[in-house]
Write a protein that binds this ligand. Structure first.
Ligand code: TRP
Length: 357
């Protein structure tokens, strides 16, 4: 048995991944796969919360994410890339966990509220939409993950997950309410470690509108597949808030965040920022060109790796079949233990996975 810590994180397939995903989470995963037992989940069921009328799109978006993972450096030999919809223990645990959470607690989740607002869902969201937050707790706990690398916006979901883990450990493993999360007894007696959110250094990358978080649906994202011309064009459109003469340049602006993140030469970045803040003969246009070049340099090797899998769905499917088989070994084990302690352990069952091509 591996004694390494378990990492789980995932992405909802909403289209191609972008630089916000890379800096918020994927870059960190590429490091973690060297030292941890990593599981990267394709949250394809969650995509149905708001897009159930577009199944074919969800299907192809799911495969595209895998291509982006590979492009950004995730290695399927080191980390398991798995399909949520073929990991049935997750669905079973979702049902059980939904009983451990007050309905109102789920609805108070600020990430859900924000999504309802941003996506304009009003009162017309599916029942499954808030349920996905419970599902996400099962995604994480099915793997008994210790740590979850995510962007800042996902922290409320991890908080909910911690509550479910504590509640389960208390109800069914006899762990006293007052035991600290990191008390060794939690790991000895409790089924679930209380998972930590591991928020990337750039928790929230501003999009090329200069205002909102980078997001495909807001049309302000730089995609992993964007060529240098596209990158330059998108940068050109970046709103910097410097349009008026009275604003001498805000060091917190989107453009300055981009300088910090993308200009690898730290001295050069400091020089640019200094000049910019002092309004010293350096315009947005110049900085944008320099940042665009730096971004394209970062993307070039990714695009080269991605090109190897162009049009080759079979290889991508092989990768997720293998990762899902590994995930099912882990999650079936968790499920059996969870059933045993929660009164659902009548007899053992075995499900086999991933052996039919
Ligand atoms: N909700 C996450 C997002 O949209 C994706 C996700 C699903 C996830 N399950 C997860 C992230 C489990 C971390 C852990 O980005």
């Amino acid at each position: 048995m591996s004694t390494r810590e378990v990492i789980l994180t995932g992405d909802t397939p909403t289209g191609q991944l972008h630089l916000g995903h890379y800096f918020g989470s994927v870059r960190r995963r590429v490091e973690l796969q060297e030292t941890h037992d990593c599981y990267f989940l394709l949250a394809n069921m969650h995509a149905y919360t708001t897009r159930s009328e577009n199944p074919d799109e969800i299907h192809s978006d799911t495969l595209e994410i895998v291509r982006d993972y590979l492009a950004m450096g995730i290695d399927p030999a080191k980390a398991a890339i798995l399909l949520q919809s073929e990991t049935p223990a997750i669905a079973e645990l979702t049902f059980l966990f939904s009983m451990l959470l007050p309905f109102n607690r789920v609805m108070r989740n600020p990430t859900l509220k924000e999504e309802i607002k941003v996506k304009g869902l009003g009162e017309n969201y599916s029942f499954g939409f808030p349920l996905y937050a419970v599902g996400q707790t099962a995604d994480i706990l099915a793997f008994r993950a210790h740590s979850v690398p995510v962007g800042e916006d996902q922290v409320p979901h991890i908080e909910l997950t911690r509550e479910v883990a504590r509640r389960f450990n208390k109800l069914y493993c006899g762990i006293d309410e007052n035991i600290e999360d990191d008390d060794p007894i939690m790991l000895e007696k409790g089924l679930f470690p209380i998972p930590r959110a591991d928020v990337g250094k750039v928790g929230k990358l501003i999009g090329t509108d200069g205002i909102n978080k980078m997001s495909k649906s807001l049309n302000n994202a730089i995609l992993i597949t964007d060529n240098p011309k596209k990158v330059k064009k998108k940068l050109g459109q970046l709103y910097t808030g410097r349009q008026s003469v009275t604003d001498p340049g805000d060091p917190e602006s989107s453009l300055m965040q981009y300088v910090d993140i993308f200009i690898a030469d730290k001295d050069r970045a400091a020089e640019l920022k200094d000049k910019y803040v002092r309004g010293d003969n350096i315009g947005d246009g110049h900085i944008k060109v320099e940042v665009a070049e730096a971004i394209s340099e970062l993307l070039a090797p990714m695009q080269e790796r991605r090109a190897q899998y162009d049009g080759d769905d079979d290889t991508i499917i092989d990768i997720i079949r293998d990762g899902t088989a590994r995930a099912n070994i882990k999650t079936e084990e968790t499920l059996a233990m969870a059933k045993e302690v929660s009164g659902l352990g009548y007899f053992s069952r075995a499900i086999t996975f991933g052996d039919s091509k």
